[in-house]
Write a protein that binds this ligand. Structure first.
Ligand code: HSE
Length: 416
């Protein structure tokens, strides 16, 4: 019998306990041993919890219990979660987590600590919810030189964008539903402003390129400025708008970004809707492989956490954490160096003058018209693919000339 303690009885933590109880027979068959949740730590009073007999508010109950060999950290955030994770690893216990913020920010140190203490630090649930992606990258694709990853990595924002596009729902209502379904972070700003997706692309990139990619250095932009009108233009362009996390190897550096992007409808990620996530991995031997599934939610995320627990139990006595090397130099290339095209909308005072200025200053552009009432005072266009930095500077200047009132949308066009 293996005893597990779950730290944090929120959406994911309670899902972990539920899955272990519900599938106990097949789980113990696969693990080769019975797996039992002995403790659940939560600072709240949870008198109605079906697991009230397992609850404690005192972490010492767990750390003083020598029969507990695996700690599941589903607290989230970096404060208490970080302290408990270090304490667990240093006491020779394996740690399994869904906490992408902690892995993205302290992965190198925690992986090394796990190795030094001959235990595992596993985090399959930290990216893509229930989608197997960390283990495939670490193991199944280990023979490849990975040269790129493109993904829809946040269930909440993909749900919101889908509801806006298909049901015409407004942003706030769609967000409320995502929260009700248990998809969103405690503070949904992390979802909406792209920070959650940024942590996930940082984790995937660190594994793929065998070096630590720091989420704090990744250009990140969320979906809060997108409008239904942007989506109508995308439709006209045979495209759709998604929040994309992307990274690629560029020489001895890495390019990474999170931002909304227009992708053509024949792009592999275009039909990934609602809470689903998908990740396309490009490797020199495999070509492209795509991983698809529910990217958030109680049971899908719990599925990934419990799979890590089973892996540890099945391979008792073994540990194999990859170490993420911190480079001594800044290993991310400046996002301004990347070649990309933009979709731009501007409100105009004088359409003909504005058009002339745009064509003169931005070079080759393609104007797009929506023929919709209320848009007579605007111009929309697509730029050529050029270095992002200088092109953005030129687009910014548009907002300062007499014939243009303001720049209302700037959306990247992603082809990778
Ligand atoms: N808030 C996250 C999302 C949860 O919506 O994708 C899963 O990591």
């Amino acid at each position: 019998m293996v005893n597990v303690a779950v730290l944090g009885c929120g959406v994911v933590g309670s899902g972990v306990v539920e899955v272990i109880k519900k599938n106990s027979f097949s789980i113990s068959q696969r693990a080769g041993m019975e797996i039992k949740v002995k403790w659940i730590l939560d600072i709240r009073d949870l008198p109605d919890s079906p697991y009230a007999d397992l609850l404690t508010k005192n972490s010492e109950d767990i750390f003083n219990d020598d029969t507990v060999s695996i700690i599941v950290e589903t607290i989230g955030g970096v404060r208490a979660a970080y302290e408990f994770t270090k304490k667990a690893l240093q006491s020779g216990r394996h740690v399994v987590t869904s906490n992408k913020e902690l892995v993205a920010k302290h992965g190198p140190e925690l992986l090394k600590m796990a190795s030094d203490n001959k235990v595992n630090y596993l985090f399959e649930a930290s990216v893509g919810g229930g989608i197997p992606i960390i283990r495939p990258l670490n193991q199944c694709l280990a023979a490849n030189e990975i040269h790129g990853i493109t993904g829809i990595l946040n269930g909440t924002t993909n749900y919101i964008l889908t509801q806006m596009k298909k049901e015409g729902k407004d942003f706030a209502d769609a967000l409320k539903e995502a929260q009700k379904n248990g998809y969103a972070e405690a503070d949904p700003t992390a979802d909406i402003e792209g920070h959650d997706a940024c942590r996930k692309i940082a984790i995937l990139s660190s594994i793929a390129y065998n070096e630590y990619v720091n989420c704090e250095n990744i250009y990140t932009e969320g979906i809060s400025k997108l409008t239904v009108t942007d989506m109508l233009y995308a439709e006209k362009m045979n495209s759709t708008i998604k929040l994309i996390g992307i990274s690629k190897r560029v020489g001895n550096k890495v390019y990474a970004r999170v931002s909304p992007a227009m992708i053509r409808k024949d792009h592999p990620l275009a039909n990934v809707e609602d809470v689903f996530n998908a990740i396309v991995v490009k490797g020199d031997a495999i070509g492209e492989a795509m991983f698809y599934g529910r990217g958030a939610g109680k049971l899908p995320t719990a599925s990934a956490v419990v799979a890590d627990i089973i892996d540890i139990v099945k391979h008792t006595g073994m540990y194999g954490n990859n170490i993420w090397e911190r480079k001594s130099y800044d290993n991310l290339i400046n996002s301004g160096e990347n070649d990309i095209g933009f979709f731009v909308r501007v409100k105009v005072r004088n359409s003909e003058e504005a058009k002339k200025f745009i064509s003169r200053s931005l070079g080759q552009v393609e104007f797009i018209s929506l023929n919709k009432p209320g848009l007579q005072d605007e111009l929309a266009f697509v730029t050529a693919k050029e270095k992002e930095g200088p092109m953005l500077e030129k687009i910014k200047v548009l907002g300062t000339i007499a014939s243009i009132k303001e720049v209302v949308s700037i959306i990247r066009i992603e082809e990778e």
